[in-house]
Design a protein around this ligand. Structure first.
Ligand SMILES: [Zn+2]
Length: 471
């Protein structure tokens, strides 16, 4: 295709996408496109959104217009001239354009996907043309660099970090961090393990050189929840890597109550994995859902860290576990690791299969962190009086409530996240007995943090993505 023909197609796609048919489009395609752009309220709004995202220069607002089309030129130039797949930053910029279009991101993203797919040589931008994929607007905000050495205060432990694992909240912090009070720059990383470098001289239980895993919540110890033995509900909890500097660093200083000795035989990476995903799964199953060994648990989205932890812990407790995934190879891995049955949700009807596998009874507990996409199926898979425990909402957090089903079948919906230090201690004891060993997908060096976050975002891992921090 000639360049002119491609330009023409890009323009047509954009006009169709934005519903600008009938607006003046002249012969000098791009120039007139930008003339048109500044006369269209829709596009003006987008320009404002792009400015906010830092993709455009500050607009000159004197005439109530946005004359700079730098972002659009960048976007179109790359789309028009680059026959190679779009690089990550360019693609993020393209995504940002579409993400800022309207209040109906889903519809627009689909339109965007269609429009872009029609442009030859640009299919890399829509290799996964789903709304979620197109609407994530992020840039290389994550950098590996030097930060000041943390100053240990009395009562704290200075830990030389050796490993951390990636969690979905890291993506959230990278992409927005909205609603979580924090200041940039912020060291990422919520879980982690390392070696004690320095403690108070009078410290009884901990000593330098000890291998430790971190509990990621720094709590106040004084609020009603802390005092009632539920510090995980602390009203002023500071989570590492969210509210304060995290674990993806050479050193961190945390209160002594936040470090726990690592059982023999666990690597730093495996120990790090316990701090968030395995702890969350522990609380979900044992504290919240009160799992009994004779019960059946349905775990959605096997392969993700917390789902896999849920499967392993439920199996270790003696329960029967059914797992689901859209990918058969992940189910195969889960079956190898002890799952009793697997349902491939891209080819099978999950609810129907659950009923077949349970003799029409349904499962006692649904272990759920996928959210909206599976919520309805999850509720319908439960036995009367069954419990659904949610600890994540990757695909959306506003599913239909299905209240009639809830009360008629007397279902329980339980929310949970993270766990208490005491629960981490129990989990560590199980690990010491060899009942559970975290699954590590792969170990990457700190320099490969972007690769790790991208893998996590694309959900390509099976188990935890670990980051090793050099000794
Ligand atoms: Zn508290």
């Amino acid at each position: 295709m000639t360049m002119d023909a491609r330009k023409q197609r890009v323009l047509q796609a954009i006009v169709a996408l934005y519903g600008l048919e009938g607006e003046p489009v002249g012969s000098s395609v791009l120039a007139n496109y930008f003339d048109m752009a500044v006369s269209s309220a829709t596009l003006r709004n987008e320009m404002a959104a792009l400015t906010k995202l830092g993709l455009l220069e500050q607009p000159h607002t004197s005439a109530g217009r946005v004359p700079s089309a730098k972002g659009y030129r960048y976007y179109l130039d790359h789309l028009l001239t680059d026959d190679q797949p779009l690089d990550r930053v360019t693609r993020a910029r393209v995504d940002a354009v579409f993400a800022s279009l309207d209040h109906e991101p889903e519809k627009l993203a689909q339109g965007a996907a269609k429009a872009l797919a029609s442009i030859s040589g640009c299919t890399a931008a829509v290799s996964t043309p789903c709304a979620e994929d197109l609407c994530i607007a992020h840039y290389e905000v994550v950098q590996v660099g030097e930060r000041p050495m943390p100053q240990r205060k009395q009562g704290e432990v200075l830990v030389r970090m050796r490993a951390a694992t990636l969690n979905r909240v890291d993506l959230y912090m990278r992409d927005s961090g909205a609603g979580i009070r924090h200041q940039l720059p912020l060291i990422m990383g919520v879980d982690g393990a390392g070696v004690i470098e320095e403690v108070d001289a009078q410290e009884q239980l901990l000593k330098p050189g000890q291998r430790v895993v971190l509990y990621s919540g720094v709590t106040c110890g004084r609020c009603e929840f802390c005092q009632h033995g539920e510090p995980v509900l602390c009203t002023s909890m500071q989570t590492l890597g969210e509210h304060c500097d995290g674990t993806l660093a050479e050193y961190i200083s945390v209160p002594a109550g936040n470090v726990f000795p690592i059982p023999e035989g666990l690597s730093f990476e495996e120990a790090a994995a316990l701090g968030v995903n395995y702890l969350t799964a522990w609380r979900v199953l044992f504290t919240k859902a009160q799992l009994k060994p004779w019960e059946t648990v349905l775990v959605f989205g096997i392969g993700g860290g917390v789902s896999l932890a849920g499967m392993q812990l439920a199996k270790a407790a003696g329960a029967r576990v059914i797992v689901t995934s859209r990918e058969q190879h992940k189910i195969d891995r889960a079956l190898e690791l002890g799952a009793d049955a697997g349902i491939c949700s891209s080819t099978e009807d999950v609810q129907k299969r659950v009923m077949e596998l349970t003799g029409g009874r349904g499962v006692d507990i649904v272990f759920e962190n996928v959210g909206e996409a599976v919520w309805s199926t999850a509720l319908k898979s439960l036995i009367r009086g069954g419990r659904i425990v949610t600890c994540g909402a990757t695909t959306g957090d506003q599913p239909g409530a299905d209240l009639r089903r809830l009360f008629i079948r007397q279902l329980q919906v339980i929310g949970s996240t993270l766990g208490n230090p005491g629960e981490l201690q129990d989990l560590l004891a199980w690990c010491a007995q060899g009942k559970v060993r975290p699954i590590i997908d792969r170990v990457l060096p700190l320099d490969a943090i972007h690769e790790g976050l991208d893998l996590l975002e694309r959900n390509q891992q099976f188990g935890k993505l670990a980051i090793a921090i050099a000794d």
